[in-house]
Design a protein around this ligand. Structure first.
Ligand code: HEC
Length: 132
C-alpha cells in the first residue's frame, strides 16, 4: 500500500515536472510570436506614417521584452538580461520618435530594434542550462 503511494507520487513528479517546463516554454514562444506580430504592426504603422499606431505597437513590444527580461533575470543570466535592456533602450528610442510624430527619422530606430531582437536570438539562451 505504502509502496504504491510512493510509486504514484514519483510517477506524478516524473510526469508533471517536464510538462510544467514545456508549458513555460510554450508561453515564452507565444509571447515572442506576439512580439513579432507587434513588430510587423510597427512596420505597417511606420509605412503609413501613423505615430499613434507606431506608439501602440512599440508599447506592446516593450511590455513583452520587459517580461522577457524578468524571465532571464529569474534564471540569473546577466548577459541575456543586458541584451533585453539593449532591446528596451531601442524600443524607448522608437517610442519617443513615435510620440513626437517623427516617423521620418524612425528608420534607424526600427533597424536597431530588429538588431537587438536578433542579438538575443543569436545568443541562444534557451540552449543553456540555467545560471550559466
Ligand atoms: C533577451 C532575449 C530576447 C529578446 C530581447 C528577444 N527575444 Fe525573441 N526569442 C528569445 C528566445 C530565447 C527564443 C527561443 C525560445 C525557444 O525556442 O525556446 C526566442 C524566439 C522568438 C521567436 C520564435 C517563437 C517561436 O514560436 O518559436 C520570435 C518570433 C521572436 N523570438 C521574436 C522576437 C522579437 C520580434 C523581438 C524583439 C522585439 C525579440 N524576439 C526579442 C529571446 C529573446
Amino acid at each position: 500500500m505504502r509502496y504504491k503511494l510512493v510509486i504514484a507520487s514519483l510517477l506524478g513528479i516524473v510526469l508533471i515536472v517536464p510538462a510544467a517546463v514545456l508549458a513555460q516554454d510554450d508561453a515564452y514562444r507565444q509571447k515572442m510570436d506576439d512580439a513579432q506580430d507587434a513588430k510587423d504592426d510597427l512596420m505597417d504603422a511606420l509605412d503609413h506614417k501613423s505615430g499613434p499606431k507606431a506608439a501602440e505597437a512599440t508599447a506592446k513590444m516593450t511590455k513583452i521584452v520587459q517580461e522577457t527580461k524578468q524571465f532571464w533575470a529569474a534564471k540569473k543570466m546577466a548577459d541575456i538580461v543586458k541584451l533585453a535592456d539593449a532591446s528596451l533602450a531601442a524600443l524607448d528610442e522608437m517610442n519617443k520618435l513615435a510620440a513626437s510624430g517623427k516617423i521620418d527619422q524612425s528608420k534607424a530606430a526600427f533597424q536597431k530594434i530588429g538588431d537587438t531582437c536578433s542579438a538575443c536570438h543569436d545568443a541562444h539562451p534557451e540552449k543553456r542550462p540555467a545560471g550559466k
